[in-house]
Design a protein around this ligand. Sequence first.
Ligand SMILES: C[S@@+](CC[C@H](N)C(=O)[O-])C[C@H]1O[C@@H](n2cnc3c(N)ncnc32)[C@H](O)[C@@H]1O
Length: 428
Amino acid sequence: MTLRQVIEQEIRERGPIPFSRYMELCLYHPELGYYSRHAEQFGKAGDFYTSSDVHAVFGRLLARQFEEIWQLLGSPERIEVLEVGPGRGLFAQDALDWSEKKFPHFFRALCYSLAENSPALRQRLQSTLRRHFASGKASLAPISATPSETGKSTLWTGDAWKGSTGKNAPGELDTYEGTTGKGTTSVVAKWPSFGRALAPGVRCEPVIIFANEFFDALPVEVVSSQGALRISAEKGHFVETWAPLSSKEMDFLDRYSVHPEGDERIEVPLIAQQSMTRIASCMERGILVAIDYGYTRQEQLAGRHRGTLTAFRQHSVSANPYEAPGEQDITAHVNFTALAAAAEQTAVYVHPLLTQSQFLMGIGEANQFADAFEECRLPQERAKVALQLKHLVTPSGMGESFHVLLAAKGVDAKDLAGLSGLSFASRP
Ligand SMILES: C[S@@+](CC[C@H](N)C(=O)[O-])C[C@H]1O[C@@H](n2cnc3c(N)ncnc32)[C@H](O)[C@@H]1O
């Protein structure tokens, strides 16, 4: 069965599905989804690249920042770095290798755990980080069961569903009850579920949670002045229909976004919000750093980022998210106003949003980005690395479109000011 047939069958059984469910199946169907099928999406040969594809300096600068955070937390004997959505593990490799080389005391304390849902990418992580897995320095965080393991369906958490039944014990799968159109059923959601890899006895250790380009890959609802998008199927084609907005969607637009005007389509990332709340609540004491391309509500009010859903295939934007389901990436820019509010719900302090440029400049400028140039012997090598660094830092590259959300729990907000990553932005 192709993914298109799987989706059509679900539509036949359940009626029109929300866009978030369509996007979830396209990206994360356990066998046929874009991220599940293979690990070749990333990099020059794939469909998109991320900061760690540009140069190892991204992971190295973050390792430098993690070491400072460890010191800020009192240099504990153990600290966990939990990376959410690590993909192939390039960032983890750069951060671990650099920590080992430059920050041996921090490295000794470090336990690096990786929360990755895709079976193909989990396999890839095992080979990318073979040495660190073998030494016990890195480990895979537990993932939720797949539908074939549970015998039940996975599901989106859209408005037709009543939400979590609250029956699950902490760390267990979330159970949702929803009306399928053919009666009420109990189904199991793999979203959002994040476990720390450490044994329960050591979970009280401080944690640094890191996510790069994770939230932009989570399914979103799409709304327009006609309502909330539903996907139906007719004669082998997906067809768009509209349902009334749920109270959750309406509330989201009122608080964190804008109401669509004319033919605008606005994303409502409810799953990203839930995921952030879940992730931030893994933290008893620690710091969370989430980096992604995105916007604030203020920018939307000023007329920008009103509709950012995009599909990518072989580094080209594809106008049609319904083309080749499972073979193209579908992504939406991150609403940082909503994400910050979700983190704040778990009683964490959220620092004012930074640009990637401000953050990396703050970390790297003290030693003039020596972390980037360590292996360069020839002037041409330096020139090439300088260009790669420029791409990560300058506004014309990834410097201004990418933002950094930093949240802290159990840490005095005043003490955070000492972190180099925050120093550049706080200058008068
Ligand atoms: C756009 S990729 C980013 C990968 C990597 N962070 C990077 O910068 O190259 C998003 C990643 O998040 C993973 N992911 C999505 N939902 C997840 C979930 N609920 N738990 C763990 N990983 C998830 C995907 O499988 C994918 O590897």
